[in-house]
Design a protein around this ligand. Structure first.
Ligand code: PHE
Length: 379
């Protein structure tokens, strides 16, 4: 018989040296030689199939020969140490083989994949344009030291209306405008549940829970029984703001909102405040910004006025503070708002309206349609 032939060609007449002894040291040495051979053969480019045949061939593979020459004739007490080392060698061979065949190219070929075709690109998700605008607004106020407060969408009549100084027959309480939860007739009117029509109830919830100073922004969904059209949706989003501290004035309100509008629409926009009415602020104002489409010259978007109405605001009405203190007392908390020094302002803006102006979107329905052609423009 000849000795081992030159590698890497597989030969079928391999010989396996005789084991001199079955002690641990001899076994270790014998298997180390075989392990080194495996490493040697696979450390350079090689033919994986020839390697497989040479080591794992069923009749003449080296592993089979090792088994025949060493394992079969071994005395009973040497079987275990021999078998352990044999299995390790086998694992080493199989691992080497798996490494050789698992190249990306080889596995692709095996799976019948044409790697020259262009890949399928999975689009990564983006923030919905509404959420993006909402987060932008919130971030402007976070930078001014405000924190975020949240409240429930299913709200009680008390928080949504009564505590905010809505008189009993105020039209906003009308079921024409408010979506009410069914089956509440047996409850006292202040406990009846409804879908909140604005984020202002969170003003009350926050002040009842926490003494002044308060600086919060409240992003969230609101609901109104409005027919959907190009500018209305029965479900939409608002960001509310509330700032209460000692000696807060209307000029603080003006300065804060002027800054916020410039941060959102660019430093060139101007703001103006028009007298308005909300039951929970006094005085109240509507804030307008100079039209960002025509820079105030007058165009279709601003109905030739040069101004766009954007949000409601005002100084917190003393009746609201009184109602909050009453609630606090009922809960065993000290009064904290109805003092001469405490004052504050609040504001509320529609997220859809701001996003529509930011992006020149003329139909609110696009936000909810899920149409990828629309959404992809914000990627
Ligand atoms: N809640 C009012 C609305 O939905 C907006 C507003 C908030 C006005 C805060 C003044 C102060 O119309």
């Amino acid at each position: 018989m000849t000795g081992r032939s030159a590698r890497p060609k597989a030969t079928m007449n391999e010989t396996i040296p005789q084991l001199s002894s079955y002690d641990e040291t001899s076994l270790d040495a014998a298997f180390a030689t075989l392990g080194a051979e495996v490493r040697d053969e696979t450390s350079t480019p090689h033919d994986a199939e020839a390697f497989r045949l040479r080591w794992l061939g069923r009749k003449q593979g080296r592993l089979k020969l090792v088994s025949d020459a060493w394992l079969k004739s071994a005395p009973a007490e040497a079987r275990k140490p021999l078998g352990m080392r044999f299995n390790q060698l086998k694992q080493q061979i199989e691992a080497a083989l798996a490494g050789a065949t698992a190249t990306p190219l080889a596995s692709a070929k095996k799976a019948g994949i044409d790697i020259t075709l262009p890949g399928a690109v999975r689009a990564s998700g983006i923030q919905h344009p509404l959420l993006k605008t909402m987060n932008e607004i919130v971030a402007v106020f976070h930078h001014l030291g405000y924190s975020t407060a949240l409240g429930p969408q299913v709200e009680s009549d008390f928080y949504n209306f009564e505590a905010l100084n809505f008189p009993p027959n105020h039209p906003a309480r009308d079921t024409q405008d408010t979506l009410v939860v069914a089956g509440q007739q047996s409850r006292p009117s202040r406990d009846r549940l409804l879908m909140r029509t604005h984020t202002s109830p969170v003003q009350i919830r926050t002040m009842v829970a926490q003494a002044a100073p308060v600086r919060i922004v409240v992003p969230g969904k609101v609901h109104r029984n409005d027919a959907a059209d190009a500018t209305h949706s029965p479900v939409f989003h608002q960001v509310e703001g509330l700032c209460v501290d000692t000696n807060i004035t209307f000029s603080d309100l003006k300065g804060t909102l002027d800054h916020a509008m410039k941060a959102l629409f660019g430093s060139g926009v101007k703001t103006r405040f028009f007298p308005s009415f909300f039951p929970f602020t006094e005085p109240s104002a509507d804030v307008q910004i100079s039209c960002i489409f025509c820079a105030g010259k007058g165009c279709r978007k601003c109905k030739q006025s040069g101004w766009i109405e954007l949000l409601g605001c005002g100084m917190v009405d003393p009746a609201v503070f009184a109602s909050v203190d009453q609630q606090r007392e009922a809960q065993g908390l000290p009064r904290a708002y109805g003092t001469a020094k405490i004052s504050g302002f609040a504001f509320g803006m529609g997220v859809e309206r701001i996003a529509m102006i930011q992006h020149g979107i003329s139909d609110i329905g696009h936000f909810y349609s899920g149409d990828m052609r629309f959404l992809e423009q914000f990627a």
